[in-house]
Design a binder for this molecule. Sequence first.
Ligand code: SF4
Length: 482
Amino acid sequence: MSINLNEPAVELRESRLRTLTGYEGDAAHLLSKNDFPNRERSFTQCGSCSADQVMNLFTQIQDAAVVEHGPAGCAADIPYRNATFRLGNRRMGYPVHNVKYINTNLDEKDTIYGGGAKLEKAIREAKRRFSPKAIFVTTTCASAIIGDDVPGICDELEEELGIPVVATLCEGFRTNIWATGFDSSNHSILRKIVKPARQKQPDLINVISFQHRFLFESVFKQLGLRPNHIVPLSTIEHISEAAATVQYCESLGSYLAAGLEQHFGVPEVKAPAPFGIKASDEMLREIGRMFHKEAEVEKVITSEKEKIAKDLERLRSKLTGKRAFIAAGGPLAYNIIALVKDLGMDVAGTCIWHHDQKFDNDDERLNFLKFDLKHYGNFHIGVCNKQAFEVANAINKHKPDIAISRHITTVWAAKLGIPSIFAGNEPTEMLYDGLIRFGQTIDDAISNPAYIKNVAKHSKLPYTDWWLEQNTYSFLRGEKNV
Ligand code: SF4
């Protein structure tokens, strides 16, 4: 897909990537074409706001400020974003400080008379209070409905303040897919912040990730390469000077990686994210080809595999045949399947938050689902749009040995007495040693079930037996996927 930076708003995932939030069938069928119609639900329990994902990225940039133009309720996620930012800074060894964020606190009067004056005041205050290198101004449902001219106000103040003041059109009702929020932020960064490289740095690789203290560092060092961790928890300097971009999550980084390649000449590493042994091999070999370091890469692969061999054997002897239920976003869930299969485990079932049928850099080597099918075989997929009632139903049906989940916490499995682990923002499961860390976490959870059993004994699910006996996806409308 070509990335169009002329438009102020990003093209939505619904049309750009033909993203699905409702599907039930097997992986091979899902891959048989890329234009399945989305199956809507006749009942929806909860959802995520894409503007929240915009905050997830913008508030975590070290030298930028954010002005959210909306009611205070849209700021409900900010304490969490602040805690994540402070923790991330501590982990990365940066000075610990708060997010640089202002909400315009739109009220009823503003929805009648307009909130433009409040927005101007907030942008000037952000400049005075934080002295940022850029200010991102984001929209919400309220400011979009009343029709405040956010891009116009930003353009005027950009001239006055002498720094980029970037309108990001990301109100929650704009899209049904929360991950579009990542694209909205990256669209603004590509449009207004990234500048063409003055000088290329041939040993520098952009790494798109959430929290990434030691991702890639060890293997990159062995290859004489330097990681440039970008967005979030970073500045965005040098981003176009890198020789390549690598990412660990298509949901997060697909748009930015494609935009850097198409508009700034920074190629994306076209390989599956390095989850599991086979994907790690493939990604490192692709990096070897791009940087003409094929022989060095083979040495790294051999030595990394030697380092984990004993632990892998030990974990496989304990975990072979155990069944894992996986609930996560499209790419990460498919990544986790590679991990559990490498540990000798079986996939009991899945709840996938959403599934992208296309990729921004239209290259099949980035398609982890296809990679799973080729190397690990077919499996059943349910796309659940983070519906907790479907997740609880599915875990109860499959009764796995372990539930592995992201975003929706492990609470549903715990209440059912099933050991569960949280696949968090720091992708510590990556590469060869990551497989061991992940396997050990699974083994610890399965081997110590007493706490979870006690939780279940004293818990009551909010769902009736009637619901738990229904087909997990019985509220999906439209033609059945076979
Ligand atoms: S932007 Fe809209 S959907 Fe998101 S928190 Fe605000 S009101 Fe809710």
